[in-house]
Design a protein around this ligand. Structure first.
Ligand SMILES: C[S@@+](CC[C@H](N)C(=O)[O-])C[C@H]1O[C@@H](n2cnc3c(N)ncnc32)[C@H](O)[C@@H]1O
Length: 292
């Protein structure tokens, strides 16, 4: 089925977790692909899987029901920011492995009503957690032109066109759908620029708005500030990111933490073979650190 999310760098995740046993925390369980790989390949492993997306959790629940019945899987609707509280409630003292697979699941990307994709028309939503109030509609229609310019300059790394895109959006308001947004972005860019871009011209703008709606960079910083305390000595944290700003936060946070030894001096990237099979993996970067 085409909406099934193929886990990125699953073999590499298993490689770095293979020396561990016991309890794992999957911060972004999604469709459950990585959790399934851990539960299947690491003997006696138990996984606590978090996600903010109810659709993802239902899918993971169905896919991994056998493990849940065996008491080897606990699924909880929670942001990973609150992982510490979840573990306290489950009376867990420490864990062996933490996995974060940031970014989007195929389930989210291929459903037009979630409003993440410009290739299908849908409402401007982009919430990972449908219980949250702030949507992409709010950001696009009520942020000031200056706030939008800064968002595109910093998060979309639109060094040259941030101002023009922000002003085009403000001119076209109200913008209700993903395609209307893509059109407002299109009007701001010269034809030669649109043609020159390797990816769709609106990709980075959509990504920046999604990051803002879901507070993604702040959440990541907050979790990483305390995550090493959750690990037992020798425990490992594996993080897969898809955006250069995320990777920078991960790199700096792992490096600067006194309790961690970074195992991957350079980020691990997917093999060409994996990218050929799953093009969505192409921008992935994995970093791993171990608790001293
Ligand atoms: C790339 S997918 C994970 C896919 C999963 N590893 C698999 O193999 O199926 C990322 C998931 O993270 C979830 N997510 C995003 N922000 C989150 C947060 N703050 N806390 C928990 N989950 C979050 C998304 O809803 C999405 O399902």
């Amino acid at each position: 089925m085409e909406w099934i999310h193929v886990p990125v760098m699953a073999e590499e995740v298993l490689h770095y977790f293979s020396s561990l046993n016991g309890l794992f925390l999957d911060c972004t369980v999604g469709a459950g692909g990585h959790s399934e790989a851990i539960l299947t390949n690491i003997e006696g492993s138990v996984v606590i899987g978090l996600d903010v997306d109810n659709d993802a959790l239902s899918l993971a629940k169905r896919r991994l029901s056998e493990f849940e019945k065996q008491g080897r899987l606990y699924l909880v609707k929670s942001s990973y920011v609150y992982a510490k509280n979840v573990l306290e409630q489950l009376k867990v003292q420490s864990i062996s492995g933490i996995l974060m697979d940031l970014g989007m699941s195929t389930l989210q990307l291929t459903s037009s009503e979630r409003g993440f994709a410009f290739s299908m028309d849908g409402p401007l939503d982009m919430r990972m957690d449908k219980d949250q109030e702030l949507t992409a509609y709010d950001v696009v229609n009520s942020w000031s032109e200056e706030q939008l310019r800064r968002l595109f300059f910093e998060y979309a790394e639109e060094k040259r066109y941030a101002r023009r895109i922000a002003s085009s959006i403000v001119r076209f308001r109200p913008i209700r759908t993903t395609q209307e947004l893509a059109r407002a972005v299109a009007r701001a860019l010269p034809e030669s620029e649109k043609r020159a871009r390797k990816r769709h011209f609106a990709t980075r703008i959509f990504q920046a708005i999604r990051i803002a709606v879901n507070n993604e960079l702040e959440n990541l910083k907050e979790f990483l500030s305390y995550a090493p305390e959750l690990l037992c000595p020798g425990g490992r944290i594996v993080i897969i990111s898809f955006h250069s700003l995320e990777d920078r936060i991960v790199k700096e946070s792992l490096r600067s933490n006194q309790n961690l030894t970074v195992i991957t001096k350079k980020p691990v990237k997917p093999t060409q073979e994996e990218i050929a099979k799953n093009p969505k993996a192409r921008s992935a970067k994995m970093r791993v650190a171990e608790r001293k």
